[in-house]
Ligand binder design. Structure first.
Ligand code: C2E
Ligand code: CA
Ligand code: CA
Length: 597
């Protein structure tokens, strides 16, 4: 109950008494009682009220000593009434004198409700609510003090506060308290110029645990996990439960992203051992973690939460369980919204272009083919890499239009080369997202029929990881594409863990060794072995082998020695506009395949 209610009660009590007194006085007067009789009865009633009330009631003389005390005062302050009588009031209310002085209480005016500290007989302190008023007796005045022990009230308030800021199931700080701590940490970090990391954690398949084993088991798991998480962090860090199976960890002081990553790995280790939820029930549980950093990703709690959330979803949907926020992968960041908002228009306005990177046939030493790579120079953002806008187009649902554009550009260019008598084939990239799209093969078929281009001049590159996402479906999709007479190439090979037996079943023509292995070809024994064995493997399967990322003449030499078929890389040429390619064909000392007369 708040102070206002308390005073309201007091006033109620007073007015009830006044009504009672009025009735009593008129009754006594009707019976012919004297004034003294009436006063006597009044005093008697007052005395009984004071004795019966649960509040301590004291009168205090101008010298600060207690003159009278009621039974409740004795109970509240743990003195006997005799001990209280004559005791300086400061003994039981240590701040009484300051309070009276500060509030300018004279023996003429009183003091409203104030909270102060009460002192009991054995020295223990507790919170009290007091009211001081003035009573006049002839020329003298006394202070009348009413005091109430509010220990319980404060306890209840504290409990309510705790409930409002903590999660009931695990006792961990909740979202509100976390936000509070983040703001606090950010304020300090601003001043001390340190970094802050926020991690969001989400359990894998928690819904299944709940659905199949029951909420009770789910609850036990969350409680057990909370204890483990608390053990894994430093005392200055905060672990909070945001609801469901979502937790957050705030590291108010980290050096950099690497240190945050280390902490995340430590948190990940918490899931290393199974959770023992009953004598018979052991559960293996995993989790995904997203990390956002101050100041790199945001400078307020809301922004950091949002970034960590985006990173966490990236972790959940990929194979890497700890992800750092990456604005280029965040479809909600301003840049990404700009990209998805303007890409479609850019396609229509022909701001999207295709550039062509020559490929060298190593045995013939002839430029035999080209890879078409999309380029986007945005008026404000500048050069946006295809890695970025293609991922964006996939997420924003524009990838079909982009692919349609790619097909048109490829067929136009092949026609152009044909007209120039150049015998170049062209490889273009097909987004992993579209491999399973039934319309792609149909569209391409229709388009091919509109150009007099032999289909085998066109190669579709499909990344190994796209093929591995759903091998059976990928096989069906590739069959449809192969039926068009075009060639199929497996791109970024070596990064997707495909098996030989699986590759054998696919209608492939070509394999491109991922550039990361080619980079290491000369220096890393491991990469050398991978490149060598990939070439042998591909040849055994009847595939042409392309090495991309060829950056030096030594690479070319080594690859030729390993009997790699085709090389592509900056050492030969970067991707060029059609005009620049034409110039290059004339000016470089490379031979370009021509259509035999
Ligand atoms: P990718 O298919 O693996 O393309 C090869 C990438 O390696 C290109 O980057 C190319 O510029 C780069 N590269 C070529 N030679 C070298 C070299 O010697 N050293 C180094 N360091 N890099 C080299 P780019 O153009 O930024 O393309 C990145 C990725 O974007 C491509 O990887 C491809 O997956 C995707 N992409 C590009 N254009 C298209 C497109 O039209 N459609 C689709 N779906 N994806 C595209
Ligand atoms: Ca490619
Ligand atoms: Ca590649």
């Amino acid at each position: 109950m708040g102070r206002a209610d308390y005073s309201y009660l007091l006033r109620q009590k007073g007015s009830a008494l006044a009504g009672y007194q009025r009735r009593m006085v008129s009754e006594l007067q009707r019976r012919g009682a004297t004034l003294a009789d009436v006063q006597g009865v009044q005093l008697d009633v007052m005395g009984k009220v004071v004795e019966a009330t649960f509040d301590a009631v004291l009168t205090i003389k101008p010298d600060g000593r207690i003159e009278t005390a009621n039974a409740a005062a004795a109970r509240t302050f743990k003195y006997s009434i005799d001990q209280l009588t004559g005791l300086p009031v400061a003994k039981i209310l240590p701040h009484f004198n300051e309070l009276v002085a500060a509030e300018n209480v004279h023996y003429a005016v009183g003091l409203g409700h104030r909270e102060t500290v009460g002192n009991v007989y054995d020295g223990k302190q507790f919170p009290v609510d007091i009211v001081i008023d003035v009573a006049r007796i002839g020329a003298n005045s006394l202070l009348v003090l009413v005091a109430r022990d509010i220990t319980e009230l404060r306890e209840q308030q504290k409990q309510l506060e705790h409930q409002a800021l903590h999660d009931a199931l695990t006792g961990l700080p909740n979202r509100v308290l976390l936000a509070n701590r983040i703001e606090h940490a950010l304020a300090l970090a601003h001043r001390n110029e340190n970094s802050v990391a926020l991690m969001l954690l989400d359990l894998d398949r928690f819904k299944e645990v709940n659905d199949t084993l029951g909420h009770h088991v789910g609850d036990l798991l969350l409680q057990d996990l909370s204890l483990r998480l608390k053990d894994a962090i430093r005392a200055s860090d905060t672990v909070a439960r945001l609801g469901g199976d979502e937790f957050a960890i705030l590291l108010p002081m980290v050096e950099d992203e690497n240190q945050a990553h280390e902490m995340a790995s430590r948190v990940m280790d918490v899931f290393g051992a199974p959770f023992q939820l009953s004598e018979e029930l052991q559960l293996e549980v995993g989790c995904s973690i997203g990390i956002a950093m101050f100041p790199t990703h945001g400078d307020d709690a809301a922004k950091l939460m949002q970034c960590a959330d985006v990173a966490m979803y990236a972790a959940k949907s990929g194979s890497v369980k700890i992800m750092h926020y990456d604005s280029s992968k965040d479809t909600n960041s301003l840049r990404q919204l700009t990209i998805s908002g303007e890409l479609r228009q850019s396609i229509q306005d022909k701001l999207l272009t295709m550039e062509f990177q020559p490929q060298l046939d190593l045995s013939q030493q002839v430029i035999c083919s080209v890879e078409g790579l999309a380029r986007w120079r945005h008026p404000r953002l500048g050069y946006v890499s295809p890695d970025e806008f293609i991922k964006n187009a996939e997420q924003a649902g524009i990838i079909r239009e982009l692919t349609q554009w790619t097909f048109v550009r490829a067929l136009e260019q092949l026609t152009e080369w044909q007209n120039q008598n150049l015998n170049l084939s062209l490889a273009i990239n097909l987004s992993a997202k579209l491999l399973q799209d039934n319309q792609v093969a149909d569209q391409l078929k229709e388009m091919l029929s509109g150009y007099s281009i032999r289909p085998q001049l066109l190669t579709l590159e499909i990344t190994e990881s796209a093929l591995m996402a759903d091998p059976e479906a990928a096989r069906e999709a590739l069959k449809k594409l192969a039926n068009l007479g075009i060639k199929l190439s497996i791109d970024d090979f070596g990064t997707g863990y495909s098996s030989l037996s699986y590759l054998q079943k696919l209608p492939l023509d070509e394999l491109k060794i991922d550039k990361s292995f080619v980079f290491g070809l000369l220096d890393s024994h491991n990469d050398g072995v991978i490149v060598r064995s990939t070439i042998d493997l591909a040849h055994n399967l009847g595939l042409t082998v392309v090495a991309e990322g060829v950056e030096s003449p030594e690479h070319i030499e080594t690859l030729a020695h390993l009997e790699c078929d085709i090389a592509q890389g900056f050492c030969i040429s970067p991707a060029l506009t059609p005009d620049l390619l034409n110039q290059w064909i004339v000016s470089s000392n490379r031979t370009v395949a021509r259509i035999a007369a």
